[in-house]
Design a binder for this molecule. Structure first.
Ligand SMILES: NC(=O)C1=CN([C@@H]2O[C@H](COP(=O)(O)OP(=O)(O)OC[C@H]3O[C@@H](n4cnc5c(N)ncnc54)[C@H](OP(=O)(O)O)[C@@H]3O)[C@@H](O)[C@H]2O)C=CC1
Ligand SMILES: O=C(O)CCC(=O)C(=O)O
Ligand SMILES: [Mg+2]
Length: 738
């Protein structure tokens, strides 16, 4: 009998799991459904990578590898919660925490001095950034707000900041020399293997050897010119100051884990140029890299003698004061947009700004118009088009606006999000060539200069076919227009458009409205319909999948946590992601401070519903189907009765919301007549829950209001977490007895 694999991750979702999973296990046990937890937390992945440094007791299995293999099996059924995609500062913190807990792990070598350190560094670099999702995503993505979620938002609209036509907020993006401008692309007619090399006057360096490519695969390569980037940044820093708007930079340092931290580093360095010039030697000795952000810089200068440290701090203050005001991540704590590369992640940060009248927070904690710097222009246009739309038509109205589900090309590390092992910071002037190893032909080449960022992306043919099919099936299921967001003027998109046209011709699309539009045109088309209450399916590549499934949900339903996020795996299994958002570090902060967790598990309820249904079909388990159906009804009632966690302490939080879900789930099971055994079991449970409701709620509220100690951040103490997340002994007893 196959199992449901449930992931143990990090931060707020991991805390929530401690409360919710016991409920799920109790409810599914009698139906013979086995649920197995797999640890893919950052700390777990670090421990699994370095068994040779650990004691027998500390060693753990490599659960991510196992799940990655599982994702290729037809019986795969995986519930995936959001996890940390670690920036270098986060990775270092996690290592330090484990070391302090007696794990004899090597530290992260900033500048590896020998082969052993190089090996350690390369192992850590595999854990860095988005190291989990690409391994599990062996299928394309289908993300949407279920009808019940949409209706809830219409009846209980979230706040939406007003827009004024004289808002100074805008997007700044490069006009030349960026990834978009330099992209070259081709489709392979037959399978081959390639090599990437850098040819300079004096030498040839192989950057990557023997990449196997399949027939029909699209490859593209491009380069971002460092000089053009710096020129652009200088201009925008000056312009932000002149216009009196906040300066903020929006990148994806997690998914784009090689290119974007380097770009972030250039922003930090350009902003603070005089300091980096004056203290170049000291920073070198201290191993300071602008790519790690200001927070890491401040931390490293702590090691200096007081007078030296004071001198640098004074110069940093002066350089910061001399520039435009920076958008803040946390105004109270003085954490700026330039502190940590992973604090501002474009998919969530741009929609949050748009929802907030186009403003970000300044140092005084006040909302202010902003220059959103998105260096590469490939996708920046969708945000400028949205901002222009809001300036012209005002903010969207959640009570009337339409919905925009997404069908995203994602399988097998598609496009930019699979490019990090083929992304290089160029060390010498020369030419980068992609060579066909079978024919010796140069497939693509670019002239490059020292410091440029060159990258190659791939997308295989089978995922493209699957994606087109998925788009057609969603268009059929809804009868809504489906728009492929592809720009015929971009080299990669032009190749993709040829395939889309070919594969669409193989499908029965009679009566369907399927169109191809550039991202900017698609944004305008979709927003106009959305404003008028009409629904439009976005069919996009991998990056836009990510951006659009935060942008529209955040505008429509307040958060992407409430999305149904299904990945039909290409080999027949199912990966069910819980919402489309992140791991909300802010929520953990609040929980530790006042014992209130505001993480909304709605995405998890939805994911579990489809997972159970899928399990029922795959295994001919009728009880699983009943559990799935009743969970869906419970989720609807949950929304109707507005039982999501409140944001305020001493009101129901995540744990209370789980209680209500359990209550409604038991009620629905008691009410249904498809399975007598479940009806009998849960009639009893439902009565018990209803009888003890006020006692349980009191226990859950009483657990709030004070500081929490869970014995760690990346690897909290299992016992303390359980105690904190399951404070109602009355509820625990009822669940135990099922
Ligand atoms: N699938 C995955 O594994 C993903 C992982 N990540 C990772 O998550 C981390 C944080 O990323 P970030 O960009 O800040 O995004 P988050 O989604 O974690 O946070 C953005 C904001 O969205 C709101 N939010 C998100 N999820 C929920 C939820 N379930 N319930 C209630 N509110 C929610 C919160 O707003 P408010 O403060 O208003 O309550 C939150 O502060 C990073 O490490 C990132 O790499 C990011 C995206 C996807
Ligand atoms: O894997 C990650 O780092 C983030 C994924 C993400 O943001 C998404 O898929 O929407
Ligand atoms: Mg995202």
């Amino acid at each position: 009998m196959s199992k449901i694999f449930y992931t143990k991750t990090d931060e707020a979702p991991a805390l929530a799991t401690e409360s919710f999973l016991p409920i799920v296990k109790a409810f599914t046990k009698s139906s013979g459904i086995e649920i197995e937890t797999k640890d893919i937390s950052l700390a777990g992945r670090i421990a699994a990578t370095f068994p040779e440094f650990l004691t027998k007791e500390q060693q753990v299995s490599n659960d991510l590898d196992e799940l990655g293999n599982m994702a290729k099996q037809p019986e795969a059924n995986i519930i995936k919660l959001p996890n940390i995609s670690a920036s270098i500062p986060q990775l270092k913190e996690a290592i330090q925490e484990l070391q302090s807990k007696g794990y004899n792990l090597p530290s992260y070598p900033d500048e590896p001095k020998n082969d052993e350190e190089k090996e350690i560094r390369s192992k850590y670099d595999k854990i860095k950034g988005s190291a989990v999702n690409p391994v599990l995503r062996e299928g394309n993505s289908d993300r949407r707000a279920p009808r019940a979620v949409k209706n809830y938002a219409k009846q209980n609209p979230h706040s939406m900041g007003a827009w004024s036509s004289d808002s100074k907020t805008h997007v700044a993006t490069m006009a030349e020399g960026d990834f978009k401008a330099n992209e070259k692309s081709l489709t392979l007619t037959k399978a081959t293997s390639i090599q990437i090399k850098l040819v300079s006057d004096s030498s040839e360096t192989i950057l990557k050897d023997k990449i196997e490519l399949q027939a029909g695969e699209i490859i593209d390569a491009t380069v971002l010119n460092k000089e053009a980037l710096i020129k652009f940044l200088k201009k925008e820093i000056k312009d932000a100051k002149e216009k009196g708007v906040l300066f903020s930079v929006h990148l994806k340092a997690t998914m784009m884990k090689v290119s974007d931290p380097i770009i972030f580093g250039h922003v930090v360095e350009t902003f603070l140029k005089p300091v980096f010039v004056k203290y170049a030697d000291t920073f070198d000795t201290l191993g300071i890299s602008p790519n790690d952000g200001l927070a890491s810089l401040y931390q490293k200068i702590e090691k200096l003698p007081q007078t030296e440290k004071d001198a640098i701090t004074k110069d940093l203050d002066a350089a910061l004061a001399n520039g435009p005001d920076l958008a803040m991540v946390n105004s109270d704590k003085g954490i700026t947009n330039l502190h940590v590369p992973s604090d501002i992640i474009i998919d969530a940060s741009m929609p949050a700004m748009i929802r907030n009248s186009g403003k970000m927070w300044n140092a005084q904690g006040k909302a202010q118009d902003t220059k959103a710097v998105i260096p590469d222009s490939s996708y920046a246009g969708i945000y400028s088009a949205t901002i222009d739309f809001c300036k012209k038509h005002g903010a969207f109205d959640p009570t009337t606006m339409g919905t925009v589900p997404n069908v995203g090309l994602m399988a097998q590390k598609a496009e930019e999000y699979g490019s990090h092992d083929k992304t290089f910071e160029i060390k010498k002037n020369g030419v980068v060539q992609v060579i066909d190893l079978e024919t010796g032909a140069i497939l693509i080449e670019h002239k490059v200069s020292n410091g440029d960022i060159w990258r190659m992306c791939q997308v295989k043919d089978a995922p493209i076919q699957d994606w087109v099919k998925l788009a057609v099936s969603r268009a059929k299921a809804t009868n809504d227009p489906a728009i492929f967001w592809l720009d015929e003027k971009r080299a990669h998109d032009a190749e993709l458009i040829k395939k889309v046209k070919t594969y669409l011709a193989n499908e029965d699309t009679k009566g369907l409205d399927i169109q191809i539009m550039s991202p900017t045109a698609a944004t305008e088309f979709t927003l106009k319909r959305m404003k008028a209450g009409k629904d439009t399916i976005s069919v996009s590549g991998n990056v836009l999948r990510d951006y659009l499934t935060d942008l529209f949900p955040i505008l429509e339903v307040g958060t992407s946590a409430k999305m149904l996020s299904i990945v039909p795996l290409m080999n027949g299994g199912g990966l069910f992601e819980t919402g489309a958002g992140g791991s909300a570090p802010k929520h953990v902060e609040q929980f530790l401070e006042e014992g209130h967790l505001r993480w909304d598990s709605l995405g998890e309820f939805l994911a579990l519903g489809v997972s159970l249904e899928f399990y029922g079909e795959k295994n001919g388990n009728a009880m699983a189907k009943v559990l799935g159906d009743t969970l869906d009804s419970a989720t609807e009632k949950f929304l109707l009765n507005d039982k999501s966690p409140s944001r305020k302490v001493n009101e129901i939080d995540t744990r209370g919301s789980h209680f209500f879900l359990a209550k409604y789930w038991a009620e629905a099971l008691a009410k249904q007549d498809n399975n007598a055994e479940l009806k009998a079991i849960f009639s009893k449970v439902s009565t018990q829950i209803n009888e003890k409701e006020s006692q349980i709620l009191t226990e859950l509220i009483n657990a709030q209001g004070s500081k929490q100690d869970i014995g760690g951040y990346y690897k909290p103490d299992a016992f303390l977490v359980e105690k904190a997340m399951r404070p109602s002994s009355t509820l625990n007893e009822i669940l135990k007895a099922i």
